[in-house]
Write a protein that binds this ligand. Sequence first.
Ligand SMILES: Nc1ncnc2c1ncn2[C@@H]1O[C@H](COP(=O)(O)OP(=O)(O)OP(=O)(O)O)[C@@H](O)[C@H]1O
Ligand SMILES: [Mg+2]
Length: 251
Amino acid sequence: MPEIIVDKLTHTFGKGTPGALTVLDDINLQFESGSFNSIVGTSGCGKSTLLKMMAGLFTPTDGQMLLDGEEIKGTSRRRGMVFQQDAVFPWMSVSRNISYGPRLRGAGKKEQAEIEEKWVDLVGLKGFEDRWPRELSGGMRKRVDIGRVYANDPEVLLMDEPFGALDAQTKERMQDDLQSLWQVTKKTVIFVTHDLEEAIFLSDRIIVLSARPGRVHHVEDVALPRPRTGEMRLTDEFLDIKRKLWKMLEH
Ligand SMILES: Nc1ncnc2c1ncn2[C@@H]1O[C@H](COP(=O)(O)OP(=O)(O)OP(=O)(O)O)[C@@H](O)[C@H]1O
Ligand SMILES: [Mg+2]
């Protein structure tokens, strides 16, 4: 039984009004527990809308989504979302940002400290615990963001172009580290990106959406061995997938 089922999901913004815009049309998807999945597609095809629906920020006009058999309705700690823009609080130190969720649900001082220590380390921010977000680089702020969502202990992580604003080198390091984090935590990730190389590097499966209204155009299983390495990006197997997906998006 897959952990997440997206069933006949359709969404029309402003349904019934003259400006109605159908962005997603009859999306059917299944996500296995612990898998890493990417969603790619041209700008405006509805990727963010789909992810926000899975986060419970929007209700679809038709169809439903299930998490472990239970209908997804509204936001929940079980589904954590990382947005492209940082969502770090500028008035909180790195560690206070990371323990924000646990603090909100009433975790005691000792538990907060344990969570801070664990996630500061896992996202590679050791030594920066007491820094303010303004003192960090874009990549480091993204690490805080990711740590904060993981520290909330969700079952599923929804990430919308989290590395979209980073330079190429930082991006590759973040991808390496996210892969490690995913392997340690074994939590399901659904990752939206424009970057095919990023999708191939990280994913077990890549879902290609067609241009608006988004429909599932293709699902690519990526069989490259784990852990993936930088060198793999240059192999024929990797580049064949990249070429294939690139051609799909071109049309
Ligand atoms: N709240 C809203 N009300 C009306 N239209 C919206 C709303 N949010 C998004 N849209 C429209 O829905 C379409 C899909 O938007 P969405 O943000 O999901 O695309 P996307 O695939 O994430 O694009 P990008 O790759 O540029 O981030 C766009 O045409 C957008 O203008
Ligand atoms: Mg988007």
